[in-house]
Design a protein around this ligand. Structure first.
Ligand code: HEM
Length: 284
């Protein structure tokens, strides 16, 4: 089986949308929320029923209301900029928050969709994820268009829960494995993709967690793994599911490799991100 074929006009529109997204993400500083949106659309995939996955269904109100998607609707026009200022401890006017609460990450992408109506939401969300990684200094991720949109949302509970799955040994890796194996992804892909937390931060009003994982949350590099190995650092976040990568013997060697070899991380991340963005789209 091969990828679905798109025509030359569609490919041209993808090229233009890529440029639109580069400008939008740079101007609005919203790479982290775009990456999170792409991952949350794709990460619902269930390989046994071939349901969920990168099909644009996250735009449905029902799915956006899932707890794990908190903040994807209430993202903003000044997203990264505000978060970054907040991280640095700068003050900012209340007006920015008002703008922030009125504009959603999907609304931001609606601007691009309105200009490029041929492109499916499913392709647009995944393209936004790929561009978010590239413009923040990460690896180039191969993007193949042709995803179809779906109005059917999976039931809540398919995405990982940062607070869940801690077992008697205080290790949460069984939860990560349950969730990512269901998608058809491997231990190496779990660790590489967790490196997506090199971007962005947690917000108490969204997830209950607070803070960025790295000192430069708008830069895509291997510092997530460097910080993870250092242990607790004031001002930086470690979710139980991040710490699980250190405790599990199947995960830890990849954490150590990626902390010392950024090229290895970029290579594995690009391959894992491509797989995530194509779940259910190409034969697994
Ligand atoms: C943010 C959990 C995997 C990309 C977050 C937040 C949580 C979380 C709790 C904070 C949300 C907020 O308060 O705003 C998890 C868990 C994962 C996981 C439990 C399981 C391994 C991933 C993956 C990617 C990713 C695979 C991408 C490849 C992001 C990004 C943000 C984020 C970029 C920052 C968003 C922002 O700054 O607004 N994640 N995540 N995460 N996640 Fe994950």
């Amino acid at each position: 089986m091969a990828f679905p074929v798109v025509d030359a006009d569609y490919l041209k529109e993808i090229d233009k949308a890529r440029r639109d997204l580069r400008a939008l993400i740079a101007y609005k500083n919203c790479a982290p929320i775009m990456l999170r949106l792409a991952w949350h659309d794709a990460g619902t995939y269930d390989k046994s029923t071939k349901t969920g996955g990168p099909n644009g269904s996250i735009r449905n109100d029902e799915e956006l209301a899932h707890g794990a998607n908190s903040g994807l609707k209430i993202a903003l026009s000044f997203c990264g900029q505000v978060s970054f200022r907040r991280f640095l401890g700068f003050s900012f006017p209340v007006a920015l928050w008002i703008v922030e609460l009125n504009v959603s990450s999907i609304a931001l992408l609606e601007e691009v969709k309105a200009k490029r109506p041929k492109i499916t939401y499913a392709d647009l969300f995944q393209l936004a994820g790929v561009v978010a990684v590239e413009v923040t200094g990460g690896p180039t991720i191969d993007f193949v268009p042709g995803r179809k949109d779906s109005k059917v949302s999976p039931k809540e509970g398919r995405l990982p829960d940062a607070k869940q799955g801690i077992n008697a040994f205080k290790v949460s890796s069984p939860h990560l494995k349950d969730v990512f194996y269901r998608m058809g992804l491997s231990d190496k892909e779990i660790v590489a993709l967790s490196g997506g937390h090199t971007l962005g931060r947690a917000h108490p009003e969204r997830s209950g967690f607070d803070g960025p994982w790295t000192k430069e949350p708008l830069k895509f590099d291997n510092s997530y793994f460097v910080e993870l190995l250092k242990g607790e650092t004031e001002g930086l976040l470690k979710l139980p599911t991040d710490n699980a990568l250190l405790d599990d013997p199947a995960f830890r060697p990849f954490v150590e490799l990626y902390a010392k070899d950024e090229d290895a991380f970029f290579k594995d991340y690009a391959a894992a991100h491509k797989r995530l963005s194509e779940l259910g789209f190409t034969p697994a």
